[in-house]
Write a new protein. Sequence first.
Length: 214
Amino acid sequence: DAIGIRSRATVMSKLIKGFADERAGDGDPVRWMSVASGTALPTIQAAIAADVDHKTKLLLVDLDRAAMEATKQLASEVGFDGTVEQRRANVFDSNAMQRLRDELEAKDELPEVIDMMGIFEYTGVNLGVNPTEFLKSCYSFLKPGGRLVFGQMRTDRPVSDFTMGVVGWPFVHTRTPSEFMDVIVDAGIPAESVSLYLPTDGVYTIGAIDKPTQ
């Protein structure tokens, strides 16, 4: 898992850098929302690695107060040069998320980049969260022309018995790349706007969704 978490962060950084390079020269800040951000260290490090931290306006959404309290210190320690705003909310509460979306839209501050790298495997029937509806909720925040990047732990990941049984990882819903894609399509997202990345360590599938401009 340690290898997988690092590789998914690397993929995210490359995807955000590619997105930023495509819009290079427009001079506008990058509005970036991290869903279930925790301390947001992977997000902050990805912004630095993508060389967009100096113009990033980062909105962190999470329920864990302790993790969020550590964020600004970590951002300073690693040299993050953007701005950080935090909103404490249950990302699985559709009403709370809709209120936040309405607020951002009213201020013309919908994000152009969304990451949700460590949360999607906590959706599923056994966890009481509909993955399709959750993805729809998060995708609705994304500004047209923007990019959403998220990860999914794979069903065929190596040493799953050790991780789940010996280490005692909390219950998660793993999916094959095909099942992951099925959820995306079921959410009404055009397949042609989706790219899937499969790091060779075999732990995660990384999905990138580019929202059409029209």
